[in-house]
Design a protein around this ligand. Structure first.
Ligand code: NAI
Length: 329
């Protein structure tokens, strides 16, 4: 039995993400939770002829508890998205409380699940989830992930538009965090390798860092990336399932994770990022979650500058999440 849960399943990301998870044959049960409309989304998806049994839950009658019980994997796209002119940090006020309360229920009802956090600002919501799980004594650093896959997906697409490569075959490690200057694409490590001009590097870096703004602007008040995010979230969930359920070895995906997991290489990254407790780096997945956090590798002079610029903002974002939980009753 492999139960996947989506918290915020009726939203712009939640619906297409739930559809893509319904198409994943490893999942046998798909529980959809939201404060509105989740039974409708569940009924609709339940007619698709794939193995997963789909159920929908609302808050009354212990909906969240039932949705979470026996979960293998939980994806969280609950919360408000950006409107034009907003940064991801502007969402903190509303989303921090939503994520805190969901994490409290995860700690109680599914403490062993893999938790994938999409809700923004990811740089702060991941520390919030970790602090709540720690408070309940159930934190496992190998099982909590900030989903930065959309940055990786965008990097493959945008670089291919310049190099002419097949975007599906291109891999760019995107490290750091998930907002503006904290997003650091390591174009010097692109595979297959390609020598971009410095002008292209700078333009591509900016586009990858602020790619989300293109969507927010085009949607003109109707939200942020939902369809590409759903695909990215489903890809990351599928990587977790392939590693933890199917036992596939050697899967590597960048993800924003807690770095205190000394046994898995977090300490090595931590030393190169000025002691930050969270950072996105290439994460190798295994049957128990994070198998190894890979070091950042050799950085170009330009990438070193990007890292320098990212660290203070990341530190502030992390501290904001940690303090929020410390100050919550
Ligand atoms: P949306 O507003 O369309 O959907 C959010 C859903 O969350 C709604 O259905 C709402 O009812 C639900 N919700 C609100 N409070 C809840 C609670 N307490 N429990 C369960 N569900 C709750 O927003 P959208 O576009 O789906 O975005 C969701 C989040 O994902 C936003 O915070 C957005 O910034 C973030 N995002 C993250 C990305 C990433 O790369 N990590 C990319 C794009 C968006």
């Amino acid at each position: 039995m492999v139960k996947a849960v989506v918290l915020g399943a009726a939203g712009g990301i939640g619906q297409p993400l739930s559809l893509l998870l319904k198409l994943n044959n490893t999942i046998t049960e798909l529980a959809l939770y939201d404060i509105v409309n989740s039974p409708g989304v569940a009924a609709d998806l339940s007619h698709i002829n794939t193995p997963a049994k789909v159920t929908g839950y609302l808050p009354p009658n212990d909906g969240l508890k039932i949705a979470l019980t026996n979960a293998h994997l939980i994806v969280i796209p609950a919360g408000v998205p950006r409107k034009p002119g907003m940064t991801r940090d502007d969402l903190f006020k509303i989303n921090a409380g939503i994520v805190r309360d969901l994490a409290t229920n995860i700690a109680k009802y599914s403490p062993n699940a893999y938790v994938l956090i999409i809700s923004n600002p990811v740089n702060s919501t991941v520390p919030i989830v970790v602090e709540i799980l720690k408070k309940h004594g159930v934190f496992d650093a190998k099982k909590v992930f900030g989903v930065t896959t959309l940055d990786v997906v965008r990097a493959s697409t945008f670089t291919s538009s310049v190099s002419g490569a097949n975007p599906q075959e291109v891999r760019v490690p995107v490290v750091g965090g998930h907002s503006g200057v904290t997003i650091i694409p390591l174009l010097s490590q692109i595979a297959p390798s390609y020598n971009f001009s410095q002008e292209d590097i700078e333009a591509l870096t900016k586009r990858i860092q602020f790619g989300g703004d293109e969507v927010v602007k085009a949607k003109d008040g109707a939200g942020s990336a939902t369809l590409s995010m759903a695909q990215a979230g489903a890809r990351f969930a599928s990587s977790i399932l392939n590693a933890t359920v199917s036992g596939e070895a050697g899967i590597i995906e960048p993800s924003y994770v807690h770095l205190d997991a000394d046994s898995v290489g977090g300490d090595q990254v931590k030393n190169t990022v000025d002691g930050l407790d969270y950072f996105s780096s290439n994460v190798e997945l295994g049957k128990n979650g994070i198998e190894k956090i890979h070091p950042l590798g050799d950085l170009s002079e330009y990438e070193k500058k990007l890292l320098e610029a990212a660290i203070p903002e990341l530190r502030a974002n992390i501290n904001k999440g940690v303090s929020f939980v410390a100050e919550s009753k």
